[in-house]
Design a protein around this ligand. Structure first.
Ligand SMILES: Cc1ncc(C[n+]2csc(CCOP(=O)(O)OP(=O)(O)O)c2C)c(N)n1
Ligand SMILES: [Mg+2]
Length: 320
């Protein structure tokens, strides 16, 4: 699918927003803390934005703990998200849960869980529901390399393949699960190499190249929508910071983390658009200012919003 210049600029704006917003959250976390531990997406933003860009409103995403860019790309507002990060009543989960458990069903964002890997069967169940209702929506879910070694992954990919479910499984392979490097938790080089074991395509892309991520996702989405079943898309990337903002990242040497930053998904896309003449240096500074304004306003909105009242704790709780 060819993107128009307007669409390329919108993609850049979302990528820039994901970057600056994450930087802001890291800054807030360091200076005054947040109700939730922050897991930064710095360096990995192209996957969240590239996979979600141009999905239909009736398509669903179920983002991993690092894929906040999927929320914004699906249309969740900066105010709502920041209020969610602050645990405020005005956030997507009404202040009862922060970003690991936030969703927005109207916009097609399914809430995940804090248990690594457990969102993969939830997303697969959503895809089963879509198929049973005879709709042509698709589901995209993201998860890490560590999550791909759990049983949830196996059961989900197996059944999704047998039932030809409309789902795209996206592995954000940043080569680490907290402090465990990939070689210590799987004996293969590529997560996508597991796909033939399920009889589905396994595709590897450079996760820092947003256009490559977008195009590979679009092919997988077309296959899913046509009733041909799931794809496992492995996006290779790097995690710039520690696992969380409480992790000092002592298991990686400074050269390793410095080298990662030389391959920045935002700078790469910016250089591509400048070269194509779609973007100019002036437009970059204007967009930086616009993005910053939205982020500053969202922090103000979150700060000024109330926490939920204690008596609301049992609302929206269901039992059978
Ligand atoms: C079932 C379960 N086990 C352990 C944890 C603790 N934990 C949180 S994130 C994480 C590692 C996840 O690694 P990966 O799937 O590669 O995602 P990444 O953090 O690299 O994006 C672990 C072990 C958890 N949340 N859930
Ligand atoms: Mg990982």
């Amino acid at each position: 699918m060819t993107l128009s210049n307007e669409e390329l600029l919108e993609m850049y704006r979302l990528l820039l927003f994901a970057r600056r917003n994450d930087e802001k959250i890291c800054e807030i976390y360091a200076s005054r803390g947040l109700p939730e531990l922050h897991h930064s997406s710095l360096g990995e933003e192209a996957i969240a934005v590239g996979t979600t860009f141009k999905l239909r409103q009736d398509d669903y995403v179920l983002p991993s703990l690092r894929a906040r860019g999927m929320f914004y790309t699906k249309g969740v507002s900066a105010n709502l998200m920041m209020a969610g990060m602050f645990g405020k009543k005005t956030g997507p989960a009404g202040g009862k849960a922060t970003s690991h458990h936030m969703g927005d069903l109207k916009l097609g964002v399914l809430p995940g869980t804090g248990l690594i890997g457990s969102s993969i069967p939830i997303a697969t169940g959503a895809a089963l529901g879509i198929k049973q209702m005879g709709k042509d929506s698709v589901v995209i879910t993201t998860f890490g390399d560590g999550a791909s070694s759990r049983g949830d992954f196996h059961e989900s990919l197996n059944l999704a393949s047998v039932w030809k479910l409309p789902i795209v499984f996206v592995c954000e392979n940043n080569a680490y699960a907290i402090g465990t490097c990939q070689q210590k938790q799987m004996a293969i080089q590529n997560v996508a190499d597991r796909a033939p074991g399920y009889g589905i395509p396994g595709v590897i892309v450079d996760g820092n190249d947003i256009i490559a991520v977008f195009e590979a996702t679009q092919r997988a989405v077309a296959r899913a929508r046509a009733g041909e079943g799931p794809t496992l898309l492995e996006c290779k990337t790097k995690r710039w910071r520690g696992h969380s903002e409480n992790d000092k990242d002592l298991y990686r040497c400074a050269q390793e983390t410095a080298a990662m930053r030389s391959d920045c998904p935002v700078k790469r896309f910016e250089a591509y658009l400048l070269e194509k003449g779609v973007l100019s240096e002036k437009m970059v500074s204007i967009m930086e200012m616009q993005v910053q304004k939205i982020i500053d306003e969202s922090v103000k909105f979150a700060e000024e919003s109330p926490f939920p009242a204690p008596e609301e704790a049992l609302g929206d709780v269901f039992s059978l």
